[in-house]
Write a protein that binds this ligand. Sequence first.
Ligand code: ADP
Ligand code: MG
Length: 241
Amino acid sequence: MTLEIRQLTRRFGAFVALDRVSLDVAPGELVALLGPSGSGKSTLLRILAGLDAPDQGSVLRDGEDLLAHDASRRGVGLVFQHYALFAHMTVFENVAFGLRVRRRALRPGRQAIRQRVLALLERMQLAEYAARYPSQLSGGQRQRVALARALAVEPAMLLLDEPFGALDQQVRVSLRGWLRDLQRSLGLTTLMVTHDQEEALQMADRVVVMHEGRVAQVGRPDAIYDVPASPFVHGFVGRGT
Ligand code: ADP
Ligand code: MG
């Protein structure tokens, strides 16, 4: 699906957290939102997810007004840095949750849910952990479960806010390639927030550099790196002479 973000503005009192942000995302594209803390990355993602609303601007998904739908109807899969799994549920139950709470008309049958969750766990290399509880998993395994839970409802787009932020460097690096392969094979339109420039440059089809609520530059990773549009982008992303 395509996403057309037009002139999104979000104020908190006198403070402008998002300042007329516009962005087009193509089907199957992975776009990284890169920028320092406080630059508005999470605010943009929260608005797309339906957890917050803009003061101005519009978002079209495949040409339709996305903001008119409430969060549960937007078809987004969400993974946040500290996106808590349900501690009292097994891995299987966590992943099945989004399907089980669907309205009756949209809810698959018990067997269909079971098959779908088991197939997904298999694909995510989590099959052997199905009966475990989150406390019995490593941080990297937990984030894979969070991703499986987001994917279980077959979202039209994936929104990731620092999905590996809490993990140590070695786990981060291995999950990067794994997530990228998965996202590509599903053809899932994805927006991923990160403050890690290496992560953005490595994983993304295009990078959006954010600065003080504005888009400082949009481009392919090599273009952002080689031809920064401003001293800020140069300092944040570039070779930092
Ligand atoms: P990032 O994810 O890039 O670190 P955020 O989008 O979380 O940045 O925040 C952007 C700015 O908006 C920050 O200065 C933050 O303090 C402010 N902000 C975010 N949410 C709120 C809120 N609910 N109330 C007041 N200020 C907020
Ligand atoms: Mg944030």
